[in-house]
Design a protein around this ligand. Structure first.
Ligand code: SF4
Ligand code: SF4
Length: 206
């Protein structure tokens, strides 16, 4: 048999819950007045680094939603040396992603063999017209500037081969420049000494 409830006890319990909740730290962010603190690698939008794109079409073929549109044409590049063969290369005419269809799976970014696609955490690109959600190459390039820098390597990690190659080339160039400068200085000094020495048959010849 249930005990008779004290009149007003329900109200008191409700007020107690309200008071407890009022004094707790809130977890709800009042977006858009407060910007959310997203992890840097959030999947917000995709940026295109056009210079790396070779128009291999892998991303468009692997996209499960078929929402990547690429147009290109072939261009003939003259031979680098006389007697060499002409080469043909793909030139990008259009690269667009329809974010109304995209399901943010990231497959295109994973399969791109040339590091031309990147996630950006930007997410504020809602539109009232669905057609505006198809971002063309210029817009995709703009997103690139919002892509966070890659995390730092572990202290003991092997140097990436691109950086190692660039460093070696820079060192070689610096060494060649230093040698050329030293040779020029030695030559100038020898000329000055020859001009100053009257017993030198070449000294003061000018
Ligand atoms: S994230 Fe997935 S769905 Fe979106 S464009 Fe890339 S492959 Fe297609
Ligand atoms: S996979 Fe990469 S390189 Fe190939 S077309 Fe797509 S973005 Fe360009």
């Amino acid at each position: 048999m249930s005990r008779p409830s004290i009149p007003g006890s329900g109200l008191a319990k409700g007020l107690a819950v309200t008071l407890r909740t009022m004094t707790k730290k809130t977890v709800t962010a009042q977006y858009p007045d407060t910007q959310p603190e997203l992890p840097p690698r959030s999947r917000g939008v995709i940026g295109l680094f056009e210079e790396n794109c070779t128009v291999c079409m892998l991303c468009a073929r692997e996209c499960p939603d078929w929402c990547i549109y690429i147009d290109s044409h072939k261009e003939t590049v003259p031979a680098a040396a006389p007697g060499g063969r002409e080469r043909s290369r793909n030139v990008l005419d259009r690269f667009a992603i329809d974010f109304a269809l995209c399901m943010y799976c990231g497959i295109c970014i994973e399969v791109c063999p040339f590091d031309a696609l990147f996630w950006s955490p930007e997410f504020e690109y809602a539109e009232t017209d669905i057609h505006e959600l198809t971002h063309e190459r210029d817009k995709l390039r703009e997103w690139m500037w919002t892509v966070p820098a890659p995390p730092a390597l572990d202290p003991g990690a092997e140097e990436p081969k691109e950086i190692a190659a660039a460093r070696k080339t820079a060192e070689k160039l610096a060494a060649a420049e230093a040698q050329a400068a030293a040779e020029a200085q030695a030559q100038a000094q020898a000329q000055a000494e020859a001009q100053a020495d009257p017993t030198d048959p070449q000294g003061g010849a000018s």
